[in-house]
Design a protein around this ligand. Structure first.
Ligand code: ARG
Length: 604
């Protein structure tokens, strides 16, 4: 956020070096944490090392030459507004800010930019974040919710960082799992579906679990059991064939049951305030994916073994000249002419690149599909899509409960809706006891914000390579690394401002020309780091970076709240500055929470 000052100094350094025939290496700046004053530093080691390599620099050791350069620059640097002093130490140029001017700038910039504080300049690149792509004929479980949070948070981050961002979803609406539910529904349950959107999802899950049990080989089967199982199996196969050939009855059944899942998905997305821009469906790329196969054969990327009753394959490792197994060989068309999940992803990627002009393509999908995406991205590269280099699989682990893992096959899953309802219910119970002064409808709204905030933070604060063990009590705690802890900082800031009477401080100029307390210093410093955190989280595709930032900011704010009097401050100027600092902190807390898909309540 001090880019302009940094630029002014850099320009001066360039002029100084040019005048002295010094080939200046690119400068990197780091900030100097407060120790009586704030500063930023850059080193001349690279420049000195380059000179030594080129046989210049008089044969002096690099550290000595770097220090000489730092001193030379220091000696010739003119004065810069807001800078109090400059120092040359061990090859570094340290530039210090006038404390009051630094504080003023940080706070004023937040207050002037508001919800835009931290927003990056347009990057002229289009990113597509594909997430929330569950398979239909299933219910929305907590793993899908983790996916939704990662995707939405990432999309908000990339968009805020300056990428043009498109949100896409790609539900899997065909395949054996889908047919299994349809078969069992048609045979045993036709016409009995429950009314509610979410009840239907759970119910399909139950049907799926029953159907897999019926179709599974078991120990100790009697001949009748075996016959019955084989009849079921044949019926399911028959239904699959009919679906493929477009049989009217089966297709209608498919449309009806598929819509149940999609309706539930849309309902949950609305509840989570997620708006998908583009919907792709696996069924819609099935046809295009078959066409791709011929093109890949023609280009000699794929090998056609159908003449010998084999499949069409891509020998990825062989094409790349790799001798060890890495991407292996992938099947892209079965011998019976059906296409695979991978083939459909190739068709989908092409559509993303050619129809939606996507430069960067992010796939938020769990870790089990990691080889699948490595293969897909490699084939795209071999096929000649330059965008393949900017395809990224944002992978994540399981969500488990303290009592163990989930299994759809066994019908043992943790439904998101149940967890969310339970979280809100628990918060509401506490709220109602505590806040009799708030109206019931508002209490429900606040409890929803806190309950969902707690869930979202749990999902985003864990490194996405690790499994999440979800524990409701921990998530809902007002202490530690939780959503409510951060929301509570926002609530406390809001309370201070309310107490001071709205915009009491707004007419006053920002000064900060008093000796700042430690907690004020820390708060200002953390606020100043927001833009860098946005940039890092977006560029590394890691919402966790923002989760950690938000926790740190809340943590500092809570300590500030404990020790710094604000409304009680006697001196009117100091009081006004502190109110502004609180307002700025509140704004940045809100901005950070928004990037984490968490609401920022005013009271709780
Ligand atoms: N429907 C798939 C599943 O539930 C996820 C789709 C991921 N996206 C993709 N482009 N393959 O496993």
């Amino acid at each position: 956020m001090f880019n302009d000052i940094q630029q002014i100094i850099e320009d001066q350094i360039k002029i100084i070096c040019a005048a002295n025939d010094i080939a200046l290496a690119a400068l990197k700046w780091t900030s100097i944490p407060f120790a009586g004053e704030w500063g930023m530093a850059t080193s001349f080691f690279q420049t000195a090392a380059d000179a030594a390599r080129a046989g210049q620099g008089g044969g002096k050791p690099v550290p000595q030459r770097a220090q000489e350069l730092a001193e030379q620059v220091k000696g010739q640097l003119g004065s810069v507004d807001g800078i109090s002093r400059v120092e040359a130490v061990r090859g570094y140029l340290n530039v210090y800010f006038e404390t009051s001017s630094y504080a003023r700038r940080v706070v004023d910039e937040v207050l002037a930019s508001g919800t835009d504080f931290g927003r990056g300049a347009p990057k002229n690149e289009r990113v597509m974040v594909e997430f929330c792509s569950p398979n239909t004929h299933h219910s929305f479980h907590i793993g899908h919710y983790l996916n939704a949070m990662l995707g939405e948070s990432l999309a908000r981050l990339t968009s805020f960082a300056g990428f043009e961002t498109i949100r896409a979803s790609y539900p899997g609406d065909l395949g054996l799992g889908v047919i299994t539910v349809m078969w069992a529904y048609d045979k045993f349950y036709k016409g009995q579906e429950p009314a509610g959107i979410h009840e239907r999802g759970q119910w399909m899950l139950k049907i799926y679990a029953e159907a897999t049990a019926l179709l599974e080989k078991k120990d100790g089967e009697t001949p009748e059991d075996i016959t019955r199982r084989e009849v079921f199996e044949a019926e399911r196969r028959e239904m699959y064939k009919k679906w493929e050939s477009g049989d009217a009855h089966v297709r209608a059944l498919w449309q009806e049951t598929r819509e149940w899942s999609l309706a539930e998905l849309r309902d949950i997305l609305a509840m989570l305030k997620i708006k998908i821009d583009v919907w792709f469906y696996e069924s819609e790329v099935d046809e295009p994916s078959r066409k791709i196969v011929d093109e890949l054969i023609q280009k000699k990327i794929a090998t056609d073994e159908r003449a010998t009753n084999g499949p069409v394959i891509v020998k990825i490792d062989e094409l790349l000249g790799l001798t060890k197994d890495k991407y292996r060989t992938a099947v892209i068309l079965r011998s019976d002419g059906t296409s695979l999940y991978l083939t459909k992803d190739l068709a989908l990627a092409r559509e993303k690149f050619e129809k939606h002009h996507v430069d960067r393509s992010i796939y938020v999908v769990d870790f089990r599909q990691s080889l699948h995406f490595q293969q897909a991205f490699k084939i795209l590269e071999i096929w000649g899509f330059p965008q393949a280099a900017k395809c990224y699989h944002l992978s994540y682990g399981y969500v488990t409960l303290p009592e163990g893992a989930m299994s759809s096959r066994k019908g043992r899953v943790v439904l998101f809706k149940e967890v969310a309802d339970e979280a809100v219910k628990r918060v509401l119970a506490v709220e109602s006891a505590k806040r009799g002064d708030i109206e019931e409808s508002q209490r429900v709204e606040i409890a929803t914000q806190i309950g969902l905030g707690a869930l979202a933070y749990t999902m985003l604060s864990t490194d996405n390579n690790k499994d999440i063990v979800f524990d409701m009590d921990t998530a809902l705690s007002f202490d530690g690394h939780t959503g409510p802890y951060i929301q509570n900082a926002h609530v406390r800031a809001s309370a201070i401002l309310r107490k001071a009477g709205g915009t009491a401080e707004s007419g006053q100029p920002t000064m900060f020309n008093y000796s700042l307390e430690q907690k004020e210093v820390e708060l200002i410093e953390q606020i100043a780091k927001f833009g860098a955190a946005v940039e890092q989280a977006a560029n590394e595709y890691r919402p966790m970076v923002m989760a950690a930032y938000a926790y740190e900011l809340a943590n500092i704010f809570h300590s500030f709240y404990q020790v710094i009097p604000v409304t009680q401050t006697e001196d009117a100027n100091i009081r006004s500055d502190r109110l502004k600092l609180v307002r700025a902190a509140r704004q940045v807390l809100a901005n950070a929470l928004n990037l984490l898909v968490i609401d920022a309540p005013e009271v709780m």
